[in-house]
Design a protein around this ligand. Structure first.
Ligand code: PLP
Length: 466
């Protein structure tokens, strides 16, 4: 399915692993990292990758079931993306999109994004990341309501445990308590409701998933009424919460959220940074969930992570207001519409189309992953499994019957993650929830290989607890 890039190991082998680790600890401040712990242990140095596998500096081959960081949708080593970058760098490595200028790759990408997204989206605003995309959302949503003559509509509602990035606005929209504990977040005008996590909230209350979906969506209505409907500008959510633990909402949830947004006239923002570009078996997660968003944030899968690019797809309701405003939208980045990033995104989206990856997820590997993941429910550690397209979660519990969790000091999720690390598998732990989001090019045979690895790591975790 892939044409792979021939890589040279020259740079990787220039130093030993210990030398790389020492230089890393001495100079590199990593994101979301305890540097004391990292310096003691030493970073794993990743040196090359192909298809769904990465290799470290010790020569270990590892199945990357997290697609890098939820982004390498077309897999590693795609020559057409490399060629697109090289060609564009030679022809026009940079020009900006300010001051009434534009470039062919940015124009063609805007056109192609309009083609693959739902019909209300004809315009796009480019950024370099998902966080910048969500900062753009905050400014755009507030600008929209100013233009409507309703500047008091400035409150944006997000969800606890949602993740919308690391900038001041992105981290504020998100509901990560650890992030809010540092640096005076959230910024004013952001309110959070609970996440639609049936296992945590619905099951103990004795609700079916569908009943719980309605209850959880109505938390939005309660928040709108508490804030005052005339002050609420927008609701933002990930179709499936990713970093929060692959929380697949009940099928009743998003239609009810859409109904509530429509009832109060508030904008619906779908953060598609993880769910976009085929991850859920449609081009965008909102299509899988049955919503009609006004804005969609994207990043990651748009270039399969080969180069940084993000943005906001802007539906007609907001786009028309901005276009007809008669003045500037005072917002933009040096790299908005970067020609090299846009050229790589074009090659990546065309590759998704050529390989029929969206259908591959919807009709083949997505259902197969669901079938194989369901088998894990028989394991003594597993309370529930969930999948949506090529995202999956395994909830580890102390007691299967009651669903009682392990004491947090045991860090069972981290123990399991450690076994994954040691056994050639990248899987992420969110508390005691083990999650995956493999590259969309994965085959059924590779899913079998993945399942064998997951089972082995669950067994090793169980052994540790005995
Ligand atoms: N939104 C979602 C749903 C994400 O998962 C992420 C990153 O993981 C972001 C936004 C932020 O994107 P970035 O890290 O590119 O700024």
């Amino acid at each position: 399915m892939t044409t792979t890039v021939q890589t040279s190991p020259a740079r990787a082998s220039a130093r030993s692993t210990r030398e790389w680790q020492a230089a890393d600890a001495a100079h590199f401040l990593h994101p979301f990292t305890d540097h004391g712990a990292l310096a003691k242990k030493g970073a794993r140095i990743v040196t090359r990758a192909e298809n769904i596998y990465i290799w470290d500096s010790e020569g270990h081959k590892i199945l990357d079931a997290m697609s890098g960081l939820w982004c390498v949708n077309t897999g590693y080593g795609q020559q057409s993306l490399v060629d697109a970058a090289a060609r564009q760098m030679q022809e026009l490595p940079f020009y900006n999109a300010f001051f009434q200028t534009s470039t062919p790759p940015a124009i063609e990408l805007a056109e192609l994004l309009a083609q693959v997204s739902p019909p209300q989206f004809k315009h796009v605003f480019f950024t370099s990341s998902g966080s910048e995309g969500n900062d753009t959302v905050v400014r755009m949503v507030r600008r929209y309501w100013d233009l409507q003559g309703q500047p008091e509509r400035h409150v944006i509602i997000g969800r606890r445990n949602g993740y919308h990035g690391s900038t001041m606005a992105g981290a504020s929209l998100g509901g990560m308590s650890g992030m809010h504990a540092q640096g005076g977040l959230p910024i004013p005008g952001i309110v959070h409701i609970e996440q639609p996590h049936w296992y945590l909230h619905g099951r103990p209350a004795g609700q079916s998933r569908d009943e719980f979906g309605i209850t959880a969506a109505r938390w939005l209505e309660e928040a709108i009424l508490a804030v005052g409907p005339s002050k609420v500008a927008a609701f933002i959510g990930e179709p499936v919460q990713g970093a929060g633990g692959v929380i697949v909402p009940p099928s009743t949830y998003w239609p009810e959220i859409q109904r509530i947004c429509d009832k109060y006239g508030i904008l619906l923002v779908s953060d598609e940074v993880i769910c976009g570009f085929g991850r859920t078996g449609q081009w965008f997660g909102g299509e899988t969930m049955g919503t009609r968003p006004d804005l969609m944030t994207f990043a990651k899968g748009v270039t399969s992570g080969y180069v940084p690019l993000g943005g906001v797809l802007v539906g007609e309701r907001v786009a028309n207001a901005l276009i007809e405003a008669g003045t500037d939208f005072e917002h933009g980045f040096t790299y908005s519409g970067h020609p090299v990033a846009c050229a790589v995104a074009l090659a990546n989206i065309r590759l998704i189309q050529r390989l029929n990856l969206v259908e591959h997820v919807r009709q083949d590997v997505g259902p197969y992953l669901a079938e194989r993941f369901a088998e894990l429910s028989a394991h003594p550690l597993v309370g529930e499994t969930q999948t949506c397209g090529l995202m999956g979660a395994v909830q580890l519990v102390k007691d299967k019957a009651s669903g009682a969790p392990f004491a947090s000091e045991l860090s069972v999720g981290m123990v399991c993650r450690g076994h994954c690390f040691g056994n050639g598998l990248i899987m992420r732990a969110v508390g005691d929830r083990m999650i995956i989001a493999p590259p969309l090019v994965i085959s059924r045979g590779q899913i079998d290989e993945l399942m064998q690895l997951i089972k082995r790591c669950l067994d090793l975790t169980l052994d540790d607890l005995r």
